[in-house]
Design a protein around this ligand. Structure first.
Ligand code: ATP
Ligand code: MG
Length: 403
């Protein structure tokens, strides 16, 4: 029997796959930045594999996950499951590109037939090309020869299709690696970044607004494990903003998600601040108490920085003077990934992330509670510090975190 006529013959682990399905579908996970990590590379790869397994498990997919040089392979039970996994894996931080194709036998016949099947799945199209890659192997055809041979086979076995070397409608990728080979034509860029769990822990001040979920996501995409910290107006208002924050966290789960979410009742402390702090400075003090609480929580869970959704000049509280007046209370680095981002770009990212519709639902939260009519835009740090020292802020932080 020819090696190419029975793909399972070369894949003894195939028992878990539906034998009625004669093809072995494969989702190929390509990574890029991870590949630049030198000696740390195995750690990054292991974390990415673990995150992929977790993502699949959360969606109740059973699949074998395997690493080959420069790729992670996921074997779905059938093509439909492969498509669903393809969509899931596109969102996982650290994944640069995802492709869906087949594992085929390492013979010209196997490669030809597989290439034809993945090409046919790409209908409708007019033009195509073959892009072969031969890595770490003594396969008897090099990549140029593979391009020619497989290209000729595809022309012979299709009608009205032309080979086009620049900008073809479809590119059939053929990879011959050691004793394995893969073909795929369906391939899309993914989210990129680094695997969650490779860049330490952070605490994100998470409102139910548009900006902070996007800020958190940018840090998650850089590999950070992020704990969300939300302050609701309860008991002075309903606790509805906490529900929105939890909905936001659920929406972000496929994109790496949060390690944990803490929702604290902030209303009484805002009231206490409003009673003694001049109206113009209230927001500065609310933020200071939030930052101080975030730093304390970070210390307790081993996080080494906090994240906020501020963007320079976006609202009165986000002038550089006010950022200085708030920042001085922080005992850890404050990361502001959106500081130079325009609102319109933040909105686009929130839409892509699926948080826009949740964040734009109006709700009672601490942002509308005891707010000044005209907030200070140029707070004086010394004035703020002096007043801050008169408040029992350490006790408030303790109470908030034990609540
Ligand atoms: P967002 O869209 O994230 O609410 P914003 O443009 O409304 O941001 P502000 O209300 O000035 O900005 O808040 C600045 C940052 O302070 C927020 O991005 C967030 O990180 C944090 N923050 C504001 N309100 C809360 C809250 N209720 N709970 C936790 N963090 C908050
Ligand atoms: Mg806000």
């Amino acid at each position: 029997m020819l090696e190419g006529s029975c793909p399972y013959a070369s894949f003894s682990d195939a028992m878990s796959f539906d034998p009625a399905d004669s093809q072995i579908y494969v989702v190929l996970v390509h990574y890029h930045e991870l590949g630049l990590k030198g000696r740390n590379r195995p750690t990054f790869e292991r974390q990415l594999i673990s995150n992929i397994n977790k993502t699949l498990k959360e969606s109740e997919f059973e699949a074998k996950v395997e690493r080959i040089s420069g790729r992670i392979l996921v074997f779905p039970r059938n093509y439909e499951k492969g498509l669903a996994m393809f969509e899931l894996l596109k969102k996982v931080p650290g994944v640069a590109r995802v492709s869906l194709g087949e594992k085929v036998s390492r013979t010209l016949e196997g490669l030809n037939q597989g290439a034809l099947r993945v090409l046919e799945l790409s209908e409708p199209f007019n033009s195509f090309k073959v892009a072969a890659r031969r890595a770490n192997t003594n396969f008897y055809l090099d990549s140029m020869m593979l391009n020619r041979e497989i290209g000729a086979y595809l022309v012979q076995h299709t009608e009205d299709k032309t080979v086009k070397m620049t900008n073809p409608d479809v590119t059939v990728h053929v990879e011959v690696i050691k004793n394995q080979s893969y073909v795929y034509a369906f391939s899309k860029p993914a989210v990129g970044g680094l695997p969650v769990g490779t860049a330490g822990k952070l605490v994100c001040l998470l409102s139910s607004g548009l900006d902070s979920p996007v800020a958190a996501w940018q840090m998650i995409r850089r590999g950070a494990s992020v704990t969300g910290l939300h302050f609701s107006g309860a008991p002075q208002t309903a606790d509805s903003s906490s529900h929105l924050v939890r909905e936001i966290a659920t929406a972000m789960q496929p994109y790496g998600g949060f390690t944990d979410i803490h929702c604290l009742h902030f209303g009484n402390y805002q009231r206490a601040i409003a009673l003694v702090v001049p109206e113009k400075l209230r927001i500065i003090f609310y933020r200071r108490l939030m930052y101080a609480t975030a730093c304390e929580l970070a210390g307790r869970i081993g996080a080494k920085g906090i994240v906020t959704g501020e963007s320079l000049g976006q609202v009165a509280s986000q002038t550089i003077d006010n950022i200085l007046a708030v920042d001085a209370v922080a005992t850890l680095p404050v990361l502001r990934p959106l500081i130079g981002t325009d609102k319109k770009d933040i909105i686009t990212q929130a839409e892509d992330l699926g948080t826009f519709a949740i964040s734009t639902r109006s709700t009672d939260d601490c942002c509308t509670l005891f707010m000044p009519r005209s907030p200070e835009t140029h707070a004086k740090l010394q004035e703020v510090e002096e007043l801050w020292q008169t408040l029992p802020h350490a006790q408030w932080v303790e109470e908030l975190l034990s609540g």
